[in-house]
Every structure is written in C-alpha cells, then in structure tokens.
Design a protein around this ligand. Structure first.
Ligand code: NAP
Length: 413
C-alpha cells in the first residue's frame, strides 16, 4: 500500500495557514492540493487519500463523493473533512461547527437565548446557523445582500445581541473594510468574527471601541484542524492543544512593529532582530523612498510634511496587513491614528526607548530643526497609546533585539 496523503483540498491556497497548523499537530506530511473543478473527480478517486480538509469552493461539491456523511455535515450541507475509513469508504464530516463553538466559548460569547444576526449566507453561515440553533438561540436572522434582511434594513434588527460575520468583508488583502457597524446594534454584547487574516479586523476594532468582546477567527481555524486530525487518525487530542497551536500561530503570523523617536535605534535593532529570528525586516521609510524616488529630507523640503504623512500612511496600510514581518516605522508614524489600525491589525508594537541625549539629529528633517524635548512631549502619549510594550535600547542593538524577541515569544497573544 502506498503512503497515504493528507492535506487541504481547495482551488487557491496561497494564503492558507493549514500546513503549519497540521504539522504542529504532528501531521508532518500534510500538504496543499490546489485542484481545478474539472480535476476534482479524478482527485477524489485517488486510493491513497488518507484524510483531507476541504475549503472554498468544494465544501458542498465533495459531498457527492463521500460514501458516508456524518449527521452534522448532512444537516449543515457541507463537508470540510474527509477521512478514508479502515473499510476503504470515504466519510465526510464538518468540523467547522466544533471550531465555531470553540471560538465562541474562547471569546466568552454565549448564543443561548440570544438574538443572533448572521451576516452572509454562504457555507460558514450555514455552520453558524446550525451552531446557533443547537445552542438554543432565541432568534436567528441571516442578512444577505439579496435577501429580505439585507444591509439596507439592518435597523430592523437593532435588538441583535450577537453579531456573526461570515462574509469575507475585511479579509486580507481588503483589510480595513467593515461588513456592518456594531454601532447599529446597541444591544450587541458579542461579535463572532470568522475571519482569521488579519488577526484583528475592522469589525473587531470597532466592537472593541464600544467595549464589545469579539472572537478571533484563528481560534476557530486551529480548533477545527484539531478535530480533523482526531478524525484522520482516530486519536483523541487533548483540548490543551488548541491553546498551544493557537499561540504558535499567533506568534508566527504576527508582525513585530518597532516605533519610537527618530534616532532611537529602530533600524539597527530591526536589522539585528531579522538576523536573530530569520524574519524579513521592512523599513517603511526605505519603502517610501524607493517608491517616491526622493530621500525623506527631500520629500519634506519639496512637498511638505503632510505629503510625507500620506505616503507613510499608505506604506503602513500596505505592509501592516502582511504577516510574520518586522516592520520598522518612522518616528512620526504615531501622529496619525489610522496607522494604529494598520499596524496593530496583525502586529505587536514595541516602542524603542533611548535617552534624548543619545538621539542623533543629522539627516532627520524634524530632529534637526525642532526641539527634541518638545517633540517627545507631544509624542510620548501617542507612543504610549500605540505600544504593547516598551524596550530600552541602552546597550547593543543585538541585546535590544534579544529582549524584544523574548518578550514576543512569551506574550505574542
Ligand atoms: P462563501 O460560501 O463564499 O460565503 C460568503 C458569503 O458572504 C456569501 O454567501 C455572501 O452572502 C457574502 N458575501 C460575499 N461577498 C460579499 C460582499 N462583497 N459583500 C457582502 N457580503 C458578501 O464563503 P464561506 O466559506 O462561508 O467563508 C466566509 C468567510 O468565513 C471567509 O472569510 C472565510 O475565511 C471565513 N471562514 C473562517 C473559518 C475559520 O475557521 N475561521 C472557517 C470557515 C470560513 P450573500 O450573498 O448572502 O450576501
């Protein structure tokens, strides 16, 4: 018997997190299978299939190829896990329901007795409807662009208590977009966000601003993977593994963002951190200069600070939505609140601190002219607002990099 294959079946899988998740669960051979619709039949006829996860657009299509369907998959009408049983039959399951329940519990959001408004009517919406029903939700409303309940009459459901986003609005690369404003639902006490990239969507930020807890789609993704591995190999994996894998994934996908006064050592620390971690360091000022063709002092002198801040905001938007990078920012990035969302959506933010007397001034447009003391007075509260932690850069860049990495490995949650 040939070795069995395990992996994710879908059409476009470039941004999938499944390989690192399943490998962390011990499935070393887990692979990606990008299959075109006209190849699906031949692919599913392979006798060496051991176990598959299934994603867009095949969760419904694969049902016809399963010899047996478990009750949840049949009820929801979609299969996200296929297992080759010992008797050779292909069995279809849906572990998204377990993942969604785990995510809600992890965020402390209960659906029992609540009015639940689900945005979107696709595959994940069917899972959310089934989970809400099983949890004895008081009322379940599905909002669909073409439905009776749609985005033009959300006010009909202003009494919603739990909002569930099953649309792709706000998902990478279109981060920052909002499917619906939680402000429209004054009774809302929890938001279940299924999107896992970015880590914090515009919806999650908006909910947090109103003091409403929201879930993290990554916890659903890792939990459904654990349940799939249990089915693949018929073994029980302790629930504690969910937390371990979630922590690993948060850590590997999060950016490390460096902020701080001009000359505080962000670039040299970023370079040392890149050497230490093997991550790529992206210097936003460098990216701005490359794209614009002028140096930063030239942009300030010829176009003014406002023009530079626009370029800086665009660079923060472009790079902040990426994952697993080190992002080195300019000293004034904190002056625009919009940059907070761009940098925080996938990042943990470190302020690099250095004594004012040690800050160099040459070649820095604002440090040259202005009084650094006044600049620090203005920016200190902004740095405090942006940062998750501050690190003192008083010895070597290597030592500062080590301190950041230690902090990150312990606290990347
Ligand atoms: P899907 O079957 O394509 O359904 C998405 C639904 O969203 C559509 O049916 C549509 O509903 C709505 N929608 C699509 N484009 C929209 C737009 N431009 N504006 C407003 N609504 C739009 O996809 P899915 O499999 O349900 O996945 C949906 C989302 O959930 C994705 O972001 C996916 O990554 C996420 N997800 C996460 C997990 C996890 O483990 N965290 C698991 C499954 C899915 P209407 O036509 O009715 O408006």
């Amino acid at each position: 018997m040939r070795e069995r294959i395990y992996g994710l079946l879908g059409r476009t899988l470039k941004h999938s997190y499944s390989v690192p998740i399943h490998r962390a669960l011990g499935n070393e051979g887990y692979a990606l299978f990008e299959i075109e619709p006209d190849q699906l039949c031949a692919f599913l006829a392979r006798e060496d299939i051991g176990g598959l996860n299934v994603t867009i657009p095949y969760k419904r299509d694969v049902m016809a190829f399963c010899d047996v369907l478990d009750e949840t998959a049949r009820e929801i009408g979609s299969v996200n896990t296929i297992v080759r049983r010992a008797d050779g039959l292909l069995a279809g399951y849906n572990t998204d329901a377990y993942g969604l329940r785990y995510m809600a519990a992890h965020a402390g959001i209960s659906l029992a007795g609540k009015k639940v408004v689900i945005l979107g009517s696709g595959g994940a919406s069917l899972t959310a409807q089934s989970v809400a029903k099983a949890a004895s939700a008081k009322e379940i409303v599905v909002v669909s662009r073409g439905g009776t309940d749609n985005y033009d009459n959300l006010n009909r459901h202003a009494d919603a208590q739990v909002l569930v986003n099953t649309t792709p609005i706000g998902m990478y690369p279109h981060t920052g977009e909002l499917p619906a404003d939680p402000a429209l639902f004054p009774a809302c006490e929890g938001v279940l966000e299924l999107i896992y990239n970015p880590r914090r969507t515009a919806l999650a930020f908006r909910a947090a601003e109103r003091g409403i807890p929201s879930s993290e789609g990554l916890s659903m993704l890792t939990a459904q993977a654990k349940a799939a591995e249990e089915l693949f190999f018929g073994r029980a994996i302790p629930d504690g593994e969910n937390e371990r894998i979630l922590h690993l994934m948060r850590q590997s996908t999060q950016n490390i963002v460096l902020i701080g006064m001009p000359g505080s050592g962000k670039t040299t620390v970023g370079t040392a951190l890149a050497r230490l971690t093997g991550r790529a360091a992206i210097d936003l000022d460098e990216k701005i200069m490359q794209a614009d063709g002028r140096t930063i002092p030239e942009i300030f002198a010829q176009s003014g600070e406002a023009a530079f801040r626009t370029l800086e905001r665009e660079a923060a938007q472009t790079w902040g939505k990426e994952s697993g990078l080190i992002l080195v920012t300019g000293g004034g990035v904190v002056k625009d609140e919009r940059n907070y969302h761009s940098l925080k959506q996938n990042g943990r933010i470190y302020q690099i601190e250095r004594a004012l007397s040690l800050l160099p001034r040459e070649g820095r447009p604002l440090s040259q002219a202005a009084d650094l003391n006044a600049m620090l007075r203005e920016r200190a509260p902004l740095y405090a607002h942006f940062r998750d932690a501050s690190i003192s850069n008083k010895t070597t860049p290597e030592d500062t990099a080590k301190q950041i990495w230690q902090e990150f490995c312990g606290n990347a949650d």
